[in-house]
Structures are given as structure tokens and as C-alpha cells.
Design a protein around this ligand. Structure first.
Ligand SMILES: Cc1ncc(COP(=O)(O)O)c(C=O)c1O
Length: 378
């Protein structure tokens, strides 16, 4: 059997172990320590944002961001439809209701047209959302030029889910700086990883201080255990933060390599009935995953192509299954640009996420391209 090619495996650069060793040497085997403060400071510097708090996952970061905005039972929160459930499940943890907003074709991210429709409808009913969660999908920014003024007009705060988009930019500004609070994920499949972890970032120092407090069991500053508020055990460990510090050193190299991989696939598949995810005007993706959709008129299905790749020990995946199609969320409202067409469903029905790991060799890429092409009969 040929060597396994994974979708997006961790890619260590060797420096991570130095930070872990230091943690062992100094006995900072805890959810506190110099790697944590170092990782937070380095992430602030990289992204051009004032404050950050490292947490156990991106989902935990979203949960505490929602709590800070004040989401509570009965509130309504809008969220991008095409995403992973970690973007929106925390809304349910707080007993609030979700409304999903479809993607636009030009970025695959939240459609400003559908968002405006949803805001207008909500205003008419007197149920404006308490927050909008905007996802930067597959490492590309949403259309913040349109979305932010809209949310401002309706007085609704934005939480940016930049879990997949660390290092990506829109109009020269890093993803993760567009929300009142933004979140990142360092899950094992992300562009850099801490094995598992996340971060909440903001220019609002008070927000990050509060999230830090809640993430640490909401322990009041007293010389005994005193709790005036509900707390959570969501802090990242100092060991994981050490991995993150090492990983951050080569983030820009990882982005450059994933961009090359994206260009290679596009060039290799020029004559196939597939189209790469669009690059939106003004956006500079981090190319976390290269995703193709099978063109209309071609009878091949993503499952057939993914199975052909799997037969050669190559991992590829379907695109995200939109939230409005999930049985768990079947009674949530869903707004689209055009009543007769769902962009997110179209991407799910026809999308294939290609192996995009930054350590893929030229031979790996040639092998994937060969199997992929022959699955289309070329
Ligand atoms: C868009 C998006 N949001 C949220 C998450 C949740 O992050 P985590 O897995 O770190 O909880 C992920 C990925 O894992 C994601 O891709």
C-alpha cells in the first residue's frame, strides 16, 4: 500500500520541543506559565490585535465570546450556514436560538444580501439578533466591507470565527481582527496546531480579561475559593502553548506552501470539470484547504472521487454539510440570497476538500493529481 496522505496533518518544525522542554525544566506543567503568556503576546503581535487569551479549543473560545456579548436564554444569534458545528453549538449551550445565513458564491462566506434580508425580517418582528457569528471559511475572509456596516446599522455585534483563517487577510488586515471578539482554533488539522486548543482575541481588554477569568473557574481574587459567577475549565495548558509558540514561527512559510499546493492543483486540473473555491476580491487566503466543486453537467459525485482517492490511501473529504441541513438544527430559520437556490447546499453537494498539508512533497502532489484525474477518466 502506498504511503498515507492525510487531508491536513500537523506539521512540526522542530522548535516546538524546545518550548516543551523549557516547560518541563521549569515545571510549568499547568494551565499557567511563560509559554501561555508568550504565545498570547506573540499572537497579538502577529495579528495586530491588543489582547488574547489561549483556551482549550476554538469552541470554548466561541462559548465565552458569546457569554461576554451577553447571549442568554431566548436570544437570537445569526450564524454562517456553511461551517463546522463548533461555530454555532455554543449558542445552544446558552439556550439561545440560531438563524442561519447562506453563503455568497464569490467568497463561500456569509452573503451580505441574505444577511440584510434576515436583519430586515428580524427588525420587523422585533427580534433582532444579539450577535452575528461570521465564519472565514477554508482560510478566506468574509466580505467585511459589506457585513460590518450592515451590522453597525442594525446595532448588532459581530463575533468573527477565524478558526480556519489564521494568517489570512482582507484589505491588508488580518482575519481575527474584524469581530468585537474573534476566535481561532489550533486543532490538529489547522494551519498551525497546539494538538488541540483555541484563542479569543480582541482590542477590548475588558472582554479578554473577563474571558480569562471565566476560563479559569471564575475564581475571585481571594485567598480561599470564592465564586460569584459561573466558571469554566477552559484554559490552554502551558505545554500546548509551547507547541503553539514553535508553530507560530513558521506560520508564514506554511501559508506560502499551501498557496503553492493550491496553485499546483488548479494548474493540474485545468482540463477537468472542476472549479476551485473562488478567491474573493481584496482577500488574501491562508489556503488552509484547497476545495474544488464538480461542475454542473458532470455526473461524477464527490463520494466517487473521494473513494477513488481512498483506494490509493489518500484522504479527501466532503465540504462542510450546511447547518440548516443538520437534523439537530432542522427547525432553525435559514435565509438565502435567492429563494430557489442554496449556495451552501450546492457547495456541499459538489465540493471536495483536497489533501492540503504543508509537508506534502512534489511526489505526493503528483500522486494525488494522477488519481484525481483518472477518477474523472483523464
Ligand atoms: C469554522 C470553525 N469554527 C470552529 C471550530 C472549532 O474549533 P475547535 O475544534 O478548536 O473547537 C472549527 C474547527 O475545528 C472550525 O473549523
Amino acid at each position: 500500500m502506498s504511503k498515507r496522505i492525510y487531508l491536513s496533518p500537523p506539521h512540526m518544525n522542530g522548535s516546538e520541543i524546545g518550548y516543551i522542554q523549557q516547560a518541563f525544566d521549569e515545571n510549568w506543567i499547568a494551565p499557567a506559565g511563560p509559554n501561555l503568556t508568550g504565545f498570547e503576546a506573540e499572537m497579538c503581535e502577529y495579528n495586530g490585535i491588543r489582547c488574547s487569551v489561549a483556551l482549550s479549543s476554538g469552541t470554548a473560545a466561541m462559548h465565552l465570546a458569546l457569554r461576554y456579548i451577553g447571549i442568554t436564554r431566548g436570544d437570537v444569534v445569526f450564524c454562517s450556514d456553511l461551517t463546522l458545528s463548533g461555530s454555532c453549538n455554543p449558542v445552544i449551550y446558552e439556550g439561545a436560538k440560531l438563524v442561519f445565513i447562506d453563503s455568497q458564491e464569490s467568497s463561500w462566506n456569509m452573503s451580505p444580501v441574505a444577511l440584510e434580508k434576515a436583519l430586515k425580517a428580524a427588525k420587523k418582528r422585533g427580534t433582532l439578533p444579539k450577535a452575528v457569528i461570521i465564519v472565514d471559511l477554508y482560510g478566506q475572509s468574509a466580505n467585511y466591507d459589506k457585513i460590518l456596516p450592515l451590522c453597525r446599522e442594525y446595532g448588532v455585534p459581530v463575533i468573527e470565527d477565524a478558526a480556519e483563517a489564521l494568517g489570512a487577510e482582507f484589505n491588508g488586515r488580518k482575519c481575527g481582527t474584524f469581530g468585537e471578539i474573534s476566535i481561532f482554533s489550533f486543532n490538529g488539522n489547522k494551519i498551525i496546531t497546539t494538538s488541540g486548543g483555541g484563542m479569543a482575541v480582541s482590542d477590548d481588554a475588558q472582554a479578554i480579561e473577563k474571558i480569562h477569568f471565566w476560563a479559569n473557574q471564575a475564581k475571585e481574587p481571594a485567598n480561599y475559593y470564592l465564586h460569584k459567577e459561573l466558571g469554566f475549565n477552559y484554559r490552554m495548558s502551558n505545554i500546548c502553548a509551547g507547541i503553539g509558540r514553535g508553530q507560530l514561527r513558521t506560520l508564514d512559510e506554511r501559508i506560502a506552501r499551501r498557496k503553492e499546493i493550491n496553485a499546483f492543483y488548479i494548474e493540474s486540473f485545468k482540463s477537468l470539470p472542476v472549479t476551485a473555491a473562488p478567491v474573493f476580491e481584496g482577500s488574501k487566503p491562508n489556503y488552509w484547504l484547497t476545495v474544488f466543486t464538480i461542475d454542473e453537467g458532470c455526473e461524477k459525485t464527490p463520494d466517487e472521487i473521494i473513494s477513488a482517492l481512498a483506494a490509493d490511501n489518500i484522504e479527501a473529504r466532503r465540504a462542510w454539510n450546511p447547518m440548516h441541513s443538520q437534523p439537530y438544527y432542522s427547525d432553525c430559520e435559514y435565509f438565502k440570497e435567492n429563494e430557489d437556490f442554496s449556495v451552501s447546499e450546492h457547495i456541499f453537494q459538489r465540493g471536495i476538500c483536497m489533501p492540503s498539508g504543508s509537508q506534502m512533497t512534489a511526489e505526493d502532489l503528483e500522486r494525488v493529481a494522477k488519481v484525481f484525474s483518472s477518477a474523472f477518466g483523464k
